[in-house]
Design a protein around this ligand. Structure first.
Ligand SMILES: *[C@@H]1O[C@H](CO)[C@@H](O)[C@H](O)[C@H]1NC(C)=O
Length: 999
């Protein structure tokens, strides 16, 4: 079928040559298993059915993105490049030109072989006559049998955290390829012939439930090895494996503490030679190890590094050391019990400039940028180049440096000149003392909110000239650095590095509100601070766990702002690994604290993350892969429900950290349960699981009825205690609040907000529902007003208070000065960031349907929000929306006399996608007067009407006056007044004019 179509296309090709074929046009953002091939020169996969995806480049003409361009066909070829031979390439798979607009394809060619290089060739044809050039990318494969013959090694007798091994390559043949696989836990660093193999890789491998799944990493070592003698070196850190583990609260304490032991690693190196022979180097007892300069290292406590014991040349062939004790390594047990050793399928944690990639998000039309405000406090992610330097220094309990930004990472101090054996300590905090309760004023750093941990790095110097100190195998969450034990340090000696899983900033949100922009700034930094191979709750105190509640609440925001597809896929796999036979999942993953089954609002992360990944990729295989597990979790909840009913439904944490007393726990848990069942029906429909769709729809109807019956209190005119949170959660669930009492419940909610002086008093669960609920139910003005508040409790209060002008999102709405403060760097309140993109910018991705929805909600009070600009570099290309409201725009449309409200909106829809652009009324009872495209009148209402008095048939003629390339169809929702245009890909500038409804 495809071939026949293509025969046609070829014919056409002969008649109308692909005139735009050029060397410069290629598919962009080509990914395999979500690795961006352009960005990584050594992409490694361990699957035989990788997902290949790409987007089409933006084609600009006269500085304007061209419209209505569709991909007509693509062709993918995969070549095998044998490892013993650098010249041959064998064609393994060829899709031939395949007629399709799809740009996500699953490889279904022959099985790959392990340790082999491959090349991916990809090109496309598009409707504008372009036959693109080939994109060529490389990847290679590895499968876990790669460790055959290798042993886990380390030591039970000494703190063996540095190991080495020399070996010879005795052959006249040249090295054609050399691949190393290593897993080192808690952490490792791999060195070869005197240098680190990848110095930017930190705190590797990622933290997992090691007995279920331990991650390994593969390195291309070809360029590091030479014929003759070679040496390999490994540093080990304790990480999360040999932990001094503070269990706060309930948790599976004994189970875990007995499972883990001293650090260990497994290593295998395969060297291929041109004579087709292979040399294997394994980890075994022949390796020598010792205790290195890092005498102690601990994620929470910090490190103790004795530079007198450093042996920087330990991984060289000629290394000789007769002053430290090198002994043979011992074989240790594998950390994996009934689990797997599997490839780390996400970028590693990196530091500073290596950790964050900043793609160009600028657009062809940047007019709106000029009216967008900046934010107030902190370091700009797009400008700080990955390095924080002090913005000030003074003295408190030592010399204190203010980095001006709260973050997760560490500092390096250079240029130290002190005698050998000097001890220097670096301490870290988020707070400075202000006023003591007894009136005494301190000026030091305040570490009270770290609870029982030190977060202190101790260095014993060796006395050399211009010494540098930098911690190993730990990280801290802080804004202030305290230096103890040194004479005056100049600020220029201090550089600090944010540390997190490597990612790219793919989103930009800014607005005319400096408050909203500061919230967005804080969201970005608290998200990155907690992107540490898994979503941690906080980066500073004795916690830093994979709390599911936090992860589920921020995932959508995180995926709008950062390219974290692989990071969350890894976390989903961990959740799935950890799922019990009865479907139960736990509050934290790895399960170190909390309960199993998880609080329903924590367990919901499973379904939220899977769904968010689907929305942000359009990749249906993600839903397929986790479908059974998600269903098992819902069924686990259903079994709990059958025992108690919703009235007594279980929960542990509820609407965490509210201001008002927390509302009925069972209601909060029931909310999550219903939410998940509803989403599951959604997913079942997408996956054509008709039986499940039917059964769970029935279940949902029962639950929805019961929710209302059990929790509604007619006397209070609201749910449960009639608190804001309870009513928000009820209203947010589809079909729970009966139509006839919708008005009553809304009144209760709005009155309560008014009685709190326009503040919301709920916690993390309800606030995530609040903003979308208000904006999609005619209360968008209130939503913007609440979001713009700077008084307690509000997001704005976090940077408008006597304690600190926050540069990250706080754990609580308030933190008390001079008492055990809470974390200043949490992401569980970051859910509002999703509302920024979805409602203020109005940007919703539906990539599986090849569609982008743009529907910015507009306040009726023009002064609340005047402009928004948002860009997201999606998996299918750059999406952009920028809107401005201004009366003077009328003059440009030559209608200054009209008493009207007007919005200008610039929109960019990526090539091959369709845009559904909606314009919201700018006035309370506004009617759209006219719509312009590129300043040309597209449509004008011929006569005004009263929506409440008309039938659908009386709707105004919606046919378009002007034929504009790419603009397909206009529709109107009479009740709301919203006007919607269907458009093809490309860039558009619209003006929508609104006038008062004269009814
Ligand atoms: C130590 O640092 C100072 C200041 O940067 C520099 O002038 C000097 O050359 C350095 N000394 C050595 C031995 O590197």
């Amino acid at each position: 079928m495809l071939k026949i179509f293509f025969g046609l296309l070829w014919l056409l090709g002969d008649i109308v040559p692909w005139h735009l074929a050029s060397n410069t046009i290629r598919p962009t953002d080509v990914r395999i298993e979500y690795w961006l091939l352009k960005q990584y020169d050594d992409v490694v996969i361990d699957t035989h059915t990788p997902i290949i995806s790409w987007s089409l480049p933006t084609v600009a003409n006269n500085n304007y993105q061209q419209r209505d361009i569709q991909q007509m066909a693509y062709q993918i070829k995969i070549y095998e490049r044998p490892t013993h031979d650098t010249t041959t390439s064998i064609l393994l798979w060829d899709t031939e030109p395949a007629a399709s607009s799809f740009s996500t394809v699953q490889y279904n060619g022959p099985m790959f072989i392990t340790d082999c290089r491959y090349e991916l060739h990809l090109r496309y044809w598009s409707s504008d006559g372009v036959k693109s050039n080939w994109f060529i990318g490389k990847f290679r494969t590895v499968f876990s049998d790669v460790f055959n013959g290798s042993q886990w090694i380390g030591s039970n007798s000494i703190n063996m955290n540095q190991l080495r091994k020399t070996f010879n390559i005795e052959s006249s043949s040249s090295i054609t390829s050399a691949f190393a696989a290593i897993s080192g836990i808690g952490y490792y660093e791999l060195h070869v012939n005197g240098q680190p193999v990848d110095p930017s890789r930190k705190l590797d491998v990622g933290w997992t439930t090691y007995q279920q799944r331990t991650l390994y990493v593969s390195y291309d070592m070809t360029k590091f090895l030479t014929g003759g003698a070679n040496a390999i070196g490994v540093f080990l850190g304790q990480g999360w494996y040999n932990r001094q583990q503070w269990i706060i609260g309930p948790g599976p304490r004994t189970e875990l503490s007995t499972q883990y032991g001293p650090p260990r690693f497994i290593f295998h190196l395969t060297i291929c030679l041109s004579d087709k022979s292979t040399i294997n180097i394994n980890s075994d007892e022949t390796w020598l190890g010792r205790e290195a300069e890092h005498r102690a290292d601990n994620v929470y406590m910090g490190t103790v590094v004795d530079y007198r014991a450093a042996r920087p040349t330990f991984s060289t062939v000629t290394f000789f050391d007769n002053t430290s004790l090198w002994i043979n390594a011992s074989i240790l047990s594998s950390p994996v019990k009934d689990g797997t050793l599997s490839l780390q399928r996400m970028p590693p944690i990196r530091a500073g400039p290596d950790a964050l990639n900043i793609p160009d998000l600028s657009s062809i039309d940047d007019i709106t940028t000029s009216i967008v405000e900046s934010y107030l406090y902190g370091a700009d992610l797009t400008k700080f180049n990955g390095v924080l330097i002090p913005i000030g220094t003074d003295y408190g309990n030592g010399q204190i440096f203010d980095l001006g930004q709260n973050f997760a990472g560490w500092c390096r101090v250079t240029g130290i000149n002190v005698p050998s054996s000097y001890i220097v300590q670096l301490r870290h905090s988020e707070y400075r003392y202000s006023q003591g309760t007894n009136g005494i004023r301190f000026n030091g750093i305040d570490t009270e909110n770290l609870d029982s941990i030190a977060a202190t790095d101790t260095f014993i110097l060796n006395g050399s000239v211009n010494e540098t100190i930098e911690p190993m195998f730990t990280y801290h969450g802080f804004r202030y650095l305290l230096v103890n034990g040194l004479p005056d340090v100049d600020s220029s000696q201090v550089t600090c590095y944010p540390v997190h899983t490597e990612t790219s900033l793919i989103g930009n949100f800014s607005s005319s509100s400096v408050i909203l922009n500061q919230i967005q700034h804080n969201i970005l930094w608290s998200q990155l601070s907690n992107t540490m191979s898994l979503p941690t709750d906080c980066p500073q105190r004795n916690e830093r766990r994979g709390w599911m509640g936090d992860a589920g609440l921020s995932v959508d925001e995180a995926l709008y702002n950062f390219d974290l597809i692989q990071f969350y896929l890894n976390f989903l796999t961990m959740i799935q690994d950890n799922q019990a036979a009865d479907g139960a999942i736990s509050d934290t993953v790895p399960f170190t604290v909390g309960f199993s089954p998880a609080d329903p609002n924590w367990g919901t992360a499973y379904i939220k993350i899977a769904w968010a990944l689907y929305e942000h990729t359009g990749d249906i295989t993600i839903l397929q892969q986790y479908y059974t597990g998600i269903r098992a979790w819902i069924d686990c909840l259903t079994r709990q429900y059958r025992q108690t009913g919703l009235a007594h439904f279980f929960g542990h944490w509820g609407d965490w950290v509210p201001v008002a007393p927390m509302t009925n726990l069972s209601l909060i848990s029931s909310f999550a349960y219903l939410h998940d069942v509803h989403r599951f029906i959604n997913i079942s429909t997408i996956l054509n699981q008709t039986e499940n769709t039917k059964n769970y729809t029935e279940l949902y109807h029962t639950l929805a009825k019961e929710f209302h019956t059990v929790f509604y209190d007619g006397t209070l005119r609201g749910y449960a205690d009639n608190s804001q949170a309870a009513n928000v959660l009820a209203l947010a669930l589809p079909n729970v609040v009966p139509d006839e009492i919708q008005t009553t419940v809304w009144e209760s909610l709005l009155n309560n907000i008014k009685s709190q002086n326009m503040h919301f008093t709920g916690g993390i669960v309800s606030v995530a529902q609040l903003y979308p609920l208000l904006s999609s139910n005619g209360n968008h003005d209130l939503a913007v007003q609440l979001a713009s508040s700077t008084t307690y409790p509000s997001y704005g209060h976090m940077f408008n208070n006597p304690i600190q002008n926050a540069t990250t999102t706080w754990e609580t709405w308030n933190t008390l000065p001079d008492s055990a403060g809470s974390s200043l760097n949490h992401h569980m309140f970051n859910s509002i960031g999703s509302w920024f993109y979805r409602y203020l910018a109005g940007l919703r991705l539906s990539l599986a349907e090849h569609r982008i929805y743009i529907h910015p909600r507009m306040t009726h009070d023009e002064t609340l929000l005047k402009a928004v600009s948002a860009t997201v570099k999606t998996q299918k290309g750059l999406v952009r929306v920028a809107w401005t409201r201004a009366v003077d725009l009328l003059e440009r449309l030559s209608m200054p006399s009209l008493s009207a409200q007007i919005v200008k909106m610039t929109v960019t829809i990526p090539t091959t996608l369709e845009g559904i652009i909606s314009f919201d009324p700018l006035l309370k009872s506004g009617q759209c007067h006219s719509i312009y495209v590129d300043q040309k009148l597209l449509w004008k209402r011929s006569s005004l009407y009263c929506p409440q008095h008309v039938h659908t048939s009386a709707i105004d003629d919606l046919s378009l006056i002007t034929v504009v390339n790419g603009v397909k169809q206009l529709s109107e929702v009479v009740q709301s007044g919203t006007m919607t245009l269907r458009v093809s890909s490309g860039q558009y500038q619209f003006h929508a004019v609104w006038i008062e409804n004269s009814c």
